[in-house]
Design a protein around this ligand. Structure first.
Ligand SMILES: CC(C)[C@H](C(=O)O)[C@@H](O)C(=O)O
Ligand code: SF4
Length: 467
């Protein structure tokens, strides 16, 4: 029978199928960070258990860690300090491999997995974090789990799961200049909504997806969770294999060749069944920007903010009105030209070297607009080093942008990088709900190039006008 990429990975990992369809699934990689692991380790401790496969587990600090250069001298904020110290005590006690903040490999968990070759095609990958879907870009089945499941995986290296339905999002055609993987995924969410993928694993395919580099694919899969999907996947191909070869944890030499031969069997079979299919034309995509407090509240940069009065459904109308109020926008106003206070270039959505290059290409020879604060936060210490070696960091600092240390930073308000109430931010991250970047903060999601364009003009700007 024809099977999808998802079906194949699923079938290869079923240890046992229970009567109600629930499966015991083997997990190949378990990524751990400081926020969702403390109670899980505590549970192990109380039960007198060990970590079943330390060699398939890796821990890193990212959410709570400050991103200023001084962070190696200690953390001021008591809650963050406790989270990090707890993780460090747990990894030491249980023998879990760990990238501490002093290690150049430290970074956002969803950046370092692919970067190190820890995340590979055909794997099942979990982490107590919703954006684990990111790793699906390599052709892995990767999804977020809750803290009690983190404990289960630590103890057994397996997970109880029911299979998801298959959904195909096909993006045909060629993406116009000025558009990126971020614009593709925002356009997809704009079309299918934040519940569009519910109950499904989304496989992204089509010419425009195939044409994306790994960074673009990681961005697309990262946000599949914002479309309500259980996970996002892209079939592995030559782009994937080239990306993986030579990475520290990836198979080497003959093992690599063998692995590639297996990975080539993974793409969905001709005629495989999808429960839902959505098709987009890449040629119609225009750089995207969110105007509201949900990723589906997205419009092209050339567009106008919707008018709630045009919405027939009362509940939906009230929702739109609340979004406009919170975002301090007027119905029908042009989104381009909206003044920003802060620009954040970073997060597991867009903090890879390719994202840094895209932002630097716009920032080069320009300067931050008066009164605007710009944070550029590389996704890992290695991205940071690479960007410095390529001269990108210098472009940013010459432009008056802050060049910071790796971490989740202003993606969410769990560390000192926060918006203050009322501040408006152009952000390359993935969530824009009320208070996400700090209480009262207003978030506009967009691509790194678009963020850099906002930084140098001080307003939401169509990047195509600058290049
Ligand atoms: C803190 C963590 C559990 C959370 C997640 O699961 O996604 C965070 O990473 C986020 O992006 O909101
Ligand atoms: S960068 Fe943002 S979305 Fe990604 S893991 Fe960190 S907090 Fe979550």
């Amino acid at each position: 029978m024809s099977r999808t990429l998802f079906d194949k990975i699923w079938d290869a990992h079923v240890v046992e199928r229970l009567e109600d369809g629930t499966c015991v699934l083997y997990i190949d990689r378990h990524l751990v960070h400081e926020v969702t692991s403390p109670q899980a380790f505590e549970g192990l401790r109380l039960a007198g258990r060990k970590v079943r496969r330390v060699d398939e587990t890796i821990a890193v600090v990212d959410h709570n860690i400050p991103t200023d250069a001084d962070r190696l001298n200690g953390i001021n904020e008591p809650e963050s300090k406790l989270q990090i110290e707890t993780l460090e005590a747990n990894v030491a006690a249980f023998g879990v491999p760990y990238f501490p903040v002093s290690d150049a490999r430290q970074g956002i968990v969803h950046v370092i997995g692919p970067e190190q070759g820890i995340s590979l095609p055909g794997f099942t990958i979990v982490c107590g974090d919703s954006h684990t879907s990111t790793h699906g870009a390599l052709g892995a089945l990767a999804f977020g789990i809750g803290t009690s499941e983190v404990e289960h995986v630590l103890a057994t290296q397996t997970l109880l799961q029911k299979p998801a339905k298959n959904m195909l999002v096909r993006v045909d055609g060629v993406l116009p200049p000025g558009c990126t993987g971020k614009d593709i995924v925002l356009a997809i969410i704009g079309k299918i909504g934040t519940a569009g993928g519910t109950g499904h694993v989304i496989e992204f395919g089509g010419e425009a997806i195939r044409a994306l580099d790994m960074a673009g694919r990681l961005t697309v899969c990262n946000m599949s969770i914002e479309a309500g999907a259980r996970a996002g996947l892209i079939a592995p191909d030559e782009t994937t294999f080239e990306y993986i070869e030579g990475r520290p944890y990836a198979p080497k030499g003959e093992d690599f060749e063998k692995a590639v031969a297996y990975w080539k069997t993974l793409p969905s079979d001709e005629g495989a069944h999808y429960d839902k299919i959505v098709v987009l034309n890449a040629a119609e995509i225009v750089p995207q920007v969110t105007w509201g407090t949900s990723p589906e509240a997205v419009i092209p940069i050339t567009g106008t903010v919707p008018d709630p009065q045009a919405e027939p459904d009362e509940a939906r109308r009230a929702q739109l009105q609340q979004m406009l109020r919170y975002m301090d926008l007027q119905p029908g106003q042009k989104i381009a030209g909206t003044k920003v206070d802060v620009v954040f270039i970073g997060s597991c959505t867009n903090s890879r070297i390719e994202d840094m290059r895209a932002a630097a290409a716009v920032a080069k020879g320009r300067h931050v607009a008066p009164g605007v604060r710009v944070l550029v936060v590389p996704g890992s210490g290695l991205v940071k080093a690479q960007a410095e070696a390529e001269g990108l960091a210098k472009i940013f600092t010459d432009a008056g942008f802050e060049w910071r240390e790796a971490g989740c930073s202003m993606c969410l308000g769990m560390n000192p990088d926060k918006l203050t109430p009322g501040q408006r931010c152009a952000s390359t991250s993935n969530r824009n709900f009320e208070g996400r970047q700090g209480p009262g903060g207003r978030t506009h999601l967009l691509s790194p190039a678009m963020a850099a364009a906002a930084a140098v003009t001080g307003v939401l700007t169509d990047v195509r006008e600058l290049v």
